[in-house]
Design a protein around this ligand. Structure first.
Ligand SMILES: [Zn+2]
Length: 62
């Protein structure tokens, strides 16, 4: 695969490092009182799972 023709340069999303996914490690305690680590993968809200910063919305606090 070669991605050569890119109209504009995409800035990788700093939140998910360009993966478009966020990994949240959560600890869950089972019935044996053992800590089970669970990795939850969710869509990065910053880039909507695209992996790069979306250049459209540019607003202050809102
Ligand atoms: Zn992201």
């Amino acid at each position: 695969m070669s991605e050569g023709t890119v109209a504009f340069q995409r800035t990788p999303c700093p939140d998910c490092n360009g993966t478009g996914e966020l990994r949240i490690e959560s600890e869950n305690i089972n019935e044996n009182f053992e800590v089970e680590k669970q990795t939850v993968i969710t869509t990065c809200p910053a880039c909507q799972g695209l992996g790069f910063q979306v250049p459209g919305k540019s607003g202050a606090s809102g």
